[in-house]
Design a protein around this ligand. Structure first.
Ligand code: HEM
Length: 502
């Protein structure tokens, strides 16, 4: 009584027309940002003709070709308007350090926003301590903790594939992306979070997986300025997932890894145990642990299927290891390979690196906290507070001076004289970094060792026990909709068939 009647207004605002109006106003406000002009001393500024979107569409259509054209016209440093953000790109690998060492740049400021938009994690916006403590957990993705995680991967692989090994040896067909999604999600979830104690385990993981991939399909829109309310049922899927991963439901899962235990302890210090935002943190971590591993697995297998010569060399390398360690194929699921042994499989590593080189479009992005001067070799550049600064490694991955015929898939590109090849050159100087799918510096992916080992273990199992053949002839292309964020997905799925080796 006597209060302003909010109800009807809220209903109006949340109606389709209200939301469309709100979106239009937002677009108007954001397009005002596009009126900026270049100031003396700033890098070349390229805004395109589309307000707000700027050059996003051209870049998304052909990221490498378009970036090369811009580089030829404007040099190695320029600022682009992309989806309402001004991003200054650094293209020369010898200038990457300018971004790494600058105190006025922040990775946290950039990720906090992403975590808020994508996963509804609010507390990191205000608590640096929570952020630091959570980062401390990442040490549990290395060393002896990594060995334990790898043991879990082996056991979970066994559970997923063992039943298949006793089936008759007929061909089964599957879509490769669907297969990779399913296998990586199940194995990674069981490895990191454990297994549900609920009566129907299969239903638990299938429901979680289905919701997760519906959410993931909207991920890139969540990062934009489009309010989540305008993204169909994304909000309710996100809510559902967060609830699934909240403390009371996680308590029904057995076999948490050390990293999950430590994260949960920290979260319970900063939230009440019932706070659903704890589930939002777990959703973020789960997303990080599978979203890039899945397409990496896809492309690695896809290229192998299309290159039988690569598949043959890899089978040989794996057979040789199994024989030299006294492990025979064909006697049930019994492979056990250590991290060191996996590390010595140079062709196995090379096929993964080659897939990452071709398909990783991860950029290393920092938020500019204060106006700063970027001292490049030829000239100093002024960069504005509030902008983003980005290293764009794909251009290095496709640089013909570094990689001969960079568009070609060469499975042994990272092997030389039977050893890992690590010497790649530009302008006659050896490069410190030449494939950068995992970021760099403070923000470097803490799960990279687990990701690579999990993919290696899965490939060893597939190649040891199964015959695999591609069935679709049409080449699959990269879909660039996630082009600044990680490994690109394929533009279509591809049919393949597999059977247990006779
Ligand atoms: C092939 C698979 C993977 C790729 C390509 C990948 C790539 C990346 C990249 C590019 C970043 C951001 C780095 C930056 O902005 O500088 C990142 C961050 C992160 N990744 Fe991965 N990742 C993979 C797998 C994993 C796995 C398996 C886990 C966990 C078990 C994981 C956990 C994380 C976490 C927690 C962060 C955030 C780190 C932070 O906030 O400082 N990633 N990853």
């Amino acid at each position: 009584m006597g209060r302003f009647p909010l109800g009807p207004w809220l209903q109006q605002l949340l109606s389709p027309w209200g939301l469309a109006l709100a979106a239009a106003l937002l677009l108007l406000v954001l397009s005002l940002r596009a009126r900026r002009t270049r100031r003396p001393g700033e890098p070349p500024l390229l805004k395109g003709w589309l307000p707000y979107f700027g050059l996003a569409l051209q870049l998304q259509r052909d990221p490498i070709g378009f970036m090369k054209t811009l580089q030829n016209q404007h040099g190695d440093i320029f600022t682009l308007l992309l989806g309402g953000k001004y991003i200054t790109f650094i293209l020369d690998p010898y200038q990457y350090h300018l971004v790494m060492k600058n105190q006025k740049l922040s990775f946290q400021m950039f990720t906090k926003n992403i975590l808020k938009k994508a996963f509804s994690i609010q507390k990191l916006m205000t608590s640096d301590d929570l952020n630091e403590e959570l980062h401390d957990c990442y040490k549990l993705l290395q060393g002896t903790s990594l060995d334990k995680l790898m043991e879990n991967v082996t056991q979970n692989l066994q559970q997923v594939f063992e039943a298949q090994l006793f089936q008759t040896t007929h061909w089964d067909e599957a879509h490769l992306m669907t297969f990779c999604r399913s296998v990586i999600f199940e194995i990674t979830f069981a490895t990191i979070y454990g297994k549900s104690l609920a009566g129907d385990r299969k239903k638990f993981i299938t429901d979680l997986k289905d919701d997760f991939f519906k959410f993931d399909a909207k991920f890139i829109y969540l990062l934009s300025d489009i309010p989540i309310e305008l993204l169909g049922n994304t909000k309710s899927i996100q809510k559902n997932l967060i609830k699934h991963l909240a403390s009371e439901n996680l308590a029904k899962i057995q076999g948490w890894s050390e990293v999950v235990k430590m994260r949960q302890d920290i979260l319970e210090k900063y939230y009440t145990v019932k706070d659903v935002e704890i589930g939002a943190h777990h959703l973020g971590f789960l997303w990080a642990s599978v979203a890039n591993t899945i397409p990496t697995m896809f492309w690695t297998i896809y290229y192998l299927l299309r290159h039988p010569e690569a598949m043959a060399v890899l089978r040989d390398e794996i057979d040789h290891l199994l024989q030299s360690t006294g492990q025979k194929e064909g006697s049930g699921f019994s492979i056990h390979i250590t991290r060191k042994q996996l590390d010595n499989l140079v062709y196995l590593e090379s096929v993964i690196l080659e897939a990452l080189r071709l398909c990783s479009f991860s950029s290393i992005i920092r938020f500019v906290q204060e106006d700063l001067t970027l001292p490049s070799e030829t000239k100093d550049y002024l960069i504005r507070k509030g902008d983003l600064l980005a290293i764009f490694p794909p251009l290095m991955h496709y640089d013909p001076e570094i990689f001969e015929a960079p568009e070609e898939y060469r499975f042994d590109r990272f092997v030389e004289n039977g050893k890992k090849k690590t010497n790649f050159f530009k302008r006659g100087k050896r490069l410190k970094y030449y494939v950068l799918p995992f970021g760099m510096g403070t923000s470097k992916c803490p799960g990279r060792f687990l990701a690579l080992n999990e993919i290696k273990q899965l490939l060893v199992v597939l190649l040891t026990y199964f015959d695999l053949e591609i069935m679709d002839d049409k080449p699959v292309q990269l879909d660039y909709s996630r082009f600044l964020f990680g490994i690109q997905y394929p533009d279509s799925d591809v049919l393949f068939r597999y059977k247990v080796k006779s």
